[in-house]
Write a protein that binds this ligand. Structure first.
Ligand code: HEC
Length: 108
């Protein structure tokens, strides 16, 4: 199967997923930097800006990434339908995949 390489990231939860575009952890990092750092501490970022913006009332992205219950499908569901108090960020499907790739890379 041709998509074998990316199978870990592109597990297709939604039939319409655009699988032609590979998820990109580096793009995910900049999305996380822009959209998640306001609330979640991003550990490998440039400390100045991020450490102060994240709050310890919210799990850090690295603790989320390392939690074995948070597999890519779970994360995708969460990002598409987050529960309050986390807002719906309206990420596109490929942005969601990129963020998941970034979290997967962080967990390694
Ligand atoms: C406006 C603040 C805010 C932003 C922005 C935000 N989050 Fe959250 N997030 C939260 C809060 C608050 C929770 C905790 C929800 C809870 O306790 O039920 C949370 C929970 C989560 C969880 C679930 C953790 C768990 O263990 O249940 C994930 C995964 C997550 N966020 C990922 C992200 C990602 C990825 C982004 C960026 C694309 C992001 N969040 C942006 C506030 C935010």
């Amino acid at each position: 199967m041709k998509t074998g390489l990316c199978a870990g990231v592109l597990v297709v939860a939604f039939p319409m997923a655009d699988v032609s575009q590979a998820a990109d952890a580096e793009a995910g990092r900049s999305i996380a930097d822009r959209w998640c750092a306001a609330c979640h501490v991003i550990p490998d970022g440039d400390a100045d800006s991020r450490a102060v913006r994240g709050t310890d009332a919210v799990p850090t992205l690295s603790s989320i990434a390392r939690d074995p219950n948070h597999n890519p499908n779970w994360l995708r569901q969460w990002l598409i339908f987050p529960h309050p108090p986390m807002p719906d960020l309206n990420l596109t499907r490929s942005e969601t995949d990129d963020v998941i790739a970034y979290l997967q890379a962080m967990a390694r």
